[in-house]
Design a protein around this ligand. Structure first.
Ligand code: HEM
Length: 371
């Protein structure tokens, strides 16, 4: 019956010989064809390219295809026992609840804002995962940023040494995987920052010490064209790229301009807010803010400008958080070929902190209402 309706609609909308179709019509036809085939535009990855074989594989595929939320707001669960105990060993997420306690101590300032360790952990998660592109066959979220003897010493990883060694120590202390530690820590750091998303987190990746090829991390001077191509090659479309760049809301630069070491990319680097989007566009720009040329380039490109302005607009915090969560989940699984056998451990993350006194009046409109 559904096929019949679709066929009738297709006939009704098909351009008749000699009559030019309205430009919007081809889009409508494509949409209908997509519905008819049950297909969508979303590119899947690794071993869930067929939308998953197991419950967890199907869940991840559903999240990437926007059929399930990418965040979960349940409370953190009490781990069933101390680390190493029989009760804890019987539950694959228990150890992560203990890792989570250690990360909270590492990532938070006394005033509740997230600190230099948290921002470095978000960047480390990106740098470990992004060393992958379609057809490479290795690399990605595999822990090599810490396990390869060479990768951490590359110029694009300047400033990441300290957090990499700290996370490596924690990984040894809790006997967990390095690849998982990077992605759990990056996800944990985001939710540790006031207003940050509570991204669903999966563990069970394989570790590798194989050094990935050079040139897979973009530079802060790259053109929008190059950056969009870079990310597309990692299955990340332009709108997800814009969502991911928002991580620069908690960022500080040390090596792009040495004279301004420590300069943030928005005025509130301890808060996961949307001020980065506004200030990158030049709105309410403050002298302490240092904008990356690459971010400015993306904010002005015809393929990404609209999304950039959308996140800079009114009431965009929740929208951006969900888009970031979905895009980050994809990033955190690049190069992972056993997604079907991962375990979801979102319950090991701290609660989201939706309340924070936003001092910037321009941003106040985006602050979620107090509960
Ligand atoms: C076009 C893509 C990107 C470029 C060119 C870029 C470039 C940079 C540069 C140059 C820095 C400063 C490093 C320093 O001087 O200390 C930085 C910091 C940072 N980046 Fe990116 N980045 C990109 C995408 C991303 C993405 C996708 C994420 C996360 C999802 C991310 C998260 C961060 C964070 C959190 C920091 C702050 C690190 C700290 O303060 O220690 N970046 N980025």
């Amino acid at each position: 019956m559904r096929l019949l309706v679709v066929s009738i609609l297709l006939c009704a909308l098909s351009p008749v010989d000699g009559i030019t179709a309205h430009p919007d019509m081809s889009k409508t036809l494509r949409d209908i064809e997509k519905i008819a085939s049950g297909d969508d535009d979303v590119e899947l990855i690794g071993d869930i390219i067929d939308r998953g074989q197991t419950a967890v594989g199907k869940t991840v595929a559903d999240i990437l295809r926007e059929r399930q939320p990418a965040q979960h707001f349940g409370p953190k669960y009490p781990p069933p026992g101390p680390p190493g105990s029989r009760e804890c060993n019987a539950d694959p997420c228990c150890v992560w609840a203990h890792v989570s306690n250690a990360l909270t101590a590492l990532f938070l300032e006394r005033d509740g804002q997230c600190n230099d360790n948290a921002r470095a952990a978000v960047r480390a998660g990106f740098h470990d995962a992004a060393t992958w592109h379609k057809g490479l066959g290795f690399g990605g979220a595999d822990g090599s940023l810490a396990l390869s003897p060479f990768e951490i010493h590359r110029i694009e990883n300047n400033g990441l040494e300290d957090i990499v060694y700290k996370l490596k120590d924690l990984r040894e202390m809790f006997n967990v995987g390095m690849a998982d530690m990077f992605q759990f820590a990056a996800t944990h750091a985001a939710v540790s920052c006031p207003l940050g998303p509570r991204i669903r987190v999966f563990v069970g990746r394989k570790d590798s010490d194989r050094t990935p090829p050079i040139g897979l991390i973009p530079t802060p001077f790259a053109t929008a064209d190059r950056i969009i191509r870079f990310f597309r090659n990692k299955t990340i479309p332009p709108q997800d790229l814009v969502a991911l760049l928002g991580a620069h809301t908690v960022s500080k630069q040390f090596f792009v301009n040495l004279k301004r070491a420590g300069a943030p990319q928005d005025s509130t680097p301890g808060v996961w807010d949307v001020l980065y989007y506004k200030q990158t566009l030049g709105e309410n720009l403050q002298p302490e803010v240092f904008r990356f040329q690459s971010d400015i380039n993306v904010s002005k490109d015809r393929r990404t400008e609209e999304k950039f302005r959308d996140f800079a607009g009114r009431q965009s915090q929740e929208r951006w958080n969900e888009d970031y969560a979905r895009a980050y989940l994809r990033l955190s699984l690049l190069g992972v070929d056993n997604i079907n056998s991962l375990t979801e451990c979102t319950q090991a993350l701290p609660d989201q902190r939706r309340e924070f006194a936003v001092s910037d009046p321009v941003d106040a409109e985006n602050a979620p209402a107090s509960e």
